[in-house]
Design a protein around this ligand. Structure first.
Ligand code: ZN
Length: 423
């Protein structure tokens, strides 16, 4: 019989090996599977499967991830495979920020490029528009507002204030009243003068209102004692003439009416009334032509026709001629047989048909000895006359006819000569 010991030894050896295997397995030595973990910054790490959860709790992931950035500063860690998806809905793969332009535009840029954008006028916050007294504007960072205010910039358009001595000052809108209370004005001020010596500093735009109630731009504008003026009305009579006559009667004032012969035929009673009230009736031709364009015969017919027409109504021929449009030549002068009366103040009432403008024109330009041209052919002119007559009287003017004005100022009127005023 062969020796059985090697067989027994083999069995024994196998048994021991098996036991060792079991022992090793129970001890867990060098046998557990490993997992790769990923950080958003690209690092990777091998960890034991049992520790995956621990790593996840401190910001590791089991698949490749990346950090995404929003313009408002939010960040998000996403699976790398979804990068494109997030880019499509406004996320970025690197830090970004919103930049602001002075005109309201915004722009999302890489944070690393901030300085480059600031250098070409973009801001990291919505900029504040600041205003200078000279009208310039400037966009600044909110944090720089205070510094700019100390060197004369404003956060809203400043108001320019004016002093009587010519100084100006830029201030905030809410300070206007305080400055007005200590003598500053929101527009260049003016000084007006009263005949009793008082002065008043007013806004330039209020000048007309003050002139209308008896103040003067300068003492040299004060009406001298005995100041007088001749109101003249051309192109009538018309249905508006009586309104003017009523007003003249009310203020015991006189005026001169340069009437058109043809219209005298239409309103003889108006002409008669005016004459009987002491108004002067002057010649303004028969048909209102431009006398410079007419032959001597025609000029003669125009002047004599009107003179005869007037005489047929009031009994006397006119002693003054006003050539239509102020147009005359040597033929007109030699044929006229009367002085030619023009004007020093042309209200252009026929053109503006605006009572305010007519009133302002007269009250701004009137001087002692003025001859004022108006037309009693328009409603607005009648309305203006109703305001001008009392205002002139209030300012100290005596309203007289042209002949009375010439006589009072010592003129000996010469036939054929033209007069614009009597100073
Ligand atoms: Zn005329």
């Amino acid at each position: 019989m062969k020796n059985k010991r090697p067989f027994l030894c083999t069995v024994l050896y196998m048994t021991m090996l098996l036991a060792l295997c079991f022992a090793m397995r129970a001890g867990g030595i060098n046998y557990t599977p490993q997992t790769t973990m990923y950080a958003p910054d690209g690092r990777t790490l091998l960890v034991q499967a049992s520790q995956v959860e621990i790593y996840q709790n401190v910001g590791w992931y089991t698949e490749p991830v990346r950090m995404m950035y929003a313009a408002d500063g939010r960040t998000l860690v996403i699976p790398e495979t979804e990068t494109e998806l997030y880019i499509n809905v406004g996320w970025y793969t690197e830090p970004v920020r919103t930049m602001y332009a002075a005109d309201g535009r915004t722009l999302v840029i890489k944070t690393a490029e901030t300085v480059a954008y600031e250098n070409v006028g973009w801001f990291t916050e919505p900029p504040i528009i600041m205003y200078a007294a000279d009208g310039r504007t400037l966009a600044v960072n909110p944090s720089d507002v205070a510094a700019h205010e100390t060197v004369g910039w404003f956060t809203e358009p400043p108001v320019i204030m004016y002093a009587m001595d010519g100084r100006t000052l830029a201030i905030k809108a809410n300070e206007v009243t305080a400055y007005e209370n200590v003598g500053w004005f929101t527009e260049p001020p003016l000084r007006v003068y009263a005949t009793d010596g008082r002065t008043l500093d007013i806004k330039g735009s209020e000048l007309q209102a003050y002139l209308n109630v008896g103040w003067y731009r300068s003492p040299k504008d004060f009406p001298v004692s005995g100041a007088m003026v001749a109101l003249t009305f051309d192109d009538g009579p018309s249905r508006y003439t009586n309104r003017i006559l009523d007003c003249l009667a009310k203020y015991n004032a006189k005026a001169t009416f340069f009437v058109v012969g043809n219209s005298v035929s239409s309103y003889p009673d108006v002409v008669k009334r005016a004459y009987n009230m002491g108004m002067e009736i002057g010649n303004h031709t028969m048909t209102h032509p431009n006398l410079k364009t007419l032959s001597a015969d025609s000029v003669s017919r125009e002047l004599n026709g009107a003179a005869n027409k007037i005489a047929s109504v009031i009994g006397v021929k006119p002693t003054l001629l006003r050539p239509p449009y102020g147009n005359y030549n040597s033929t007109v002068s030699s044929i006229s047989g009367t002085p030619l009366i023009l004007w020093s103040i042309d209200t252009l009432d026929w053109k503006t048909r605006n009572a305010d403008k007519t009133v302002n024109c007269v009250m701004n330009e009137v001087k002692d000895g003025s001859i004022i041209l108006m037309h009693d052919l328009y409603e607005a002119s009648a309305a203006a006359a109703e305001r001008i007559i009392p205002q002139l009287i209030k300012r100290g003017y005596k309203l007289v006819t042209v002949s009375q004005l010439a006589q009072a100022k010592g003129y000996n009127l010469v036939n054929g000569k033209a007069y614009h005023s009597f100073r």
